[in-house]
Ligand binder design. Structure first.
Ligand SMILES: [Zn+2]
Ligand SMILES: [Zn+2]
Length: 411
């Protein structure tokens, strides 16, 4: 395998710094030389111990570990939002047996802020020393926080994105290289193109979804059904409105067509309490809140706004990413939510419109009414809901069902 120019350059630099390293096997060892390098910087500053929330840890304990530097501050909101992702990564990688250590370098304004910040981290910290911090910030050209510098790979050339990758992929982002990122994107693409519900909706140690009444339903029960992945949150009014429409469609389809349609709620609620309100007030299944799968599904299907409804057919193919539009426009009629079904509905609607007059006079209204397409209206004659074609007066904002029309007899 050929190294990128940046990597060749880096290796050359390392050779200079570590002329004592034996030439044979250097290419392999070069991957980890930076970790020794930073330990040397610490040692040169008289640092013998690093700090942890449990107390002091001898610097020597880091020998042989894959070291990542984490630049952060207690006062920084993006840092605080990122730390839970990093804690998850750190704990997961260590469980997987990766010999990784994260060392926090502080941007805190004072030692009190620093101490409080260290308390929130399960990894190590460089003791509070403004001069040493400055030196590390310069050395690794840190111009923003949070910054995460893995000293184990060629990630130095791509470090701007490392924070995002960790947020997106968690521990799977390791070892944070461009190559790894490409692999993960390919994997997402495959998961999107050949949906395997088992792979998509389960997680190590969990093969079930939870129902509103706390029942656990194994994912294999979804086989052969049309499945809608509903991305939503209770805090969002459009999601709450869509939930009402979707509940109608769900109940209607399951009453009339057997249990052919299932919804899996992928929550973006702010907390567990809110999630439980969402979950227990709806008739369908949900991914458990504490589970990373929620986050993975948002990424795999590139969900940018909620509500969103991804429809997966009984054959495991994504039928539509736009189920939200189909459900809110056509309700249960849109089933099985395929493009061809929607085309049929649209053409039937067009024909219906073509059969109606463009303008008309009704005995109940003084003005001429025009044929219009409306997403939803209330008929001013029968007071019932209407959808699509309406005879409309734009002077009075008057709507009339085509079926409620009583034409003025011109004779
Ligand atoms: Zn009416
Ligand atoms: Zn009018």
């Amino acid at each position: 395998m050929k190294d990128s120019p940046a990597k060749v350059f880096k290796k050359a630099c390392k050779q200079d710094l570590f002329s004592l390293a034996p030439m044979a096997g250097l290419n392999f060892e070069a991957e980890y030389v930076d970790s020794f390098d930073v330990l040397k910087v610490f040692a040169a500053h008289g640092v013998e111990f690093l700090l942890s929330s449990q107390g002091k840890v001898p610097l020597l304990d880091c020998n042989g570990k894959i070291i990542c530097l984490f630049f952060s501050a207690n006062w920084c909101r993006p840092c605080k939002l990122f730390i839970p992702h990093l804690v998850d990564l750190y704990e997961t990688l260590r469980k997987r047996g990766v010999n990784i250590e994260i060392i926090f370098v502080s941007f805190d304004r004072d030692e009190d802020g620093f101490k409080e910040h260290v308390e929130s981290m399960p990894w190590l910290a460089v003791p509070f020393d403004v001069n040493l911090h400055r030196k590390l910030i310069d050395r690794y050209r840190i111009d923003r926080i949070p910054s995460f510098i893995p000293l184990c790979s060629d990630a130095l050339t791509v470090d701007e994105k490392v924070i995002e990758w960790i947020e997106d992929y968690g521990a799977d982002a390791f070892p944070f290289t461009k190559k790894r990122h490409e692999e993960l994107k390919d994997l997402d693409r495959r998961k999107r193109e050949e949906v395997d519900l088992q792979e998509l909706l389960t997680r190590e140690g969990r093969d079930f979804l939870i129902a509103g009444d706390d029942r656990k339903v194994v994912v294999s029960e979804l086989a052969g059904k049309t499945v809608g992945l509903f991305f939503g949150a209770y805090w969002s009014p459009p999601c709450r409105a869509f939930t009402v429409q979707l509940t109608d469609v769900y109940n209607n389809l399951n009453d009339t067509k057997g249990r052919c349609f299932e919804i899996v709620f992928v929550s973006t609620d702010k907390d567990l309490k809110e999630f439980n309100v969402s979950r227990t007030s709806t008739p369908w299944l949900a991914i458990p809140y504490e589970d990373r799968t929620r986050h993975d599904l948002c990424r795999i299907f590139d969900i940018k706004k909620i509500p969103a409804l991804v429809i997966i057919g009984p054959d495991g193919k994504v039928v539509s990413l736009n189920g939200k539009f189909m459900v809110s426009s056509y309700g249960a009629e849109a089933f099985p939510f395929t493009e061809s079904r929607v085309k049929d509905l649209e053409s039937a609607l067009r024909k219906e419109g073509e059969a109606l007059p463009q303008q008309v006079q009704d005995v109940k209204h003084e003005h001429v009414l025009k044929l219009e397409m409306a997403k939803a209206y209330v008929c001013d004659s029968c007071k019932k809901q209407g959808k699509f074609w309406s005879f409309f007066c734009d002077v009075c904002d008057y709507d009339l069902h085509p079926s409620c029309l009583e034409k003025v007899n011109k004779d």
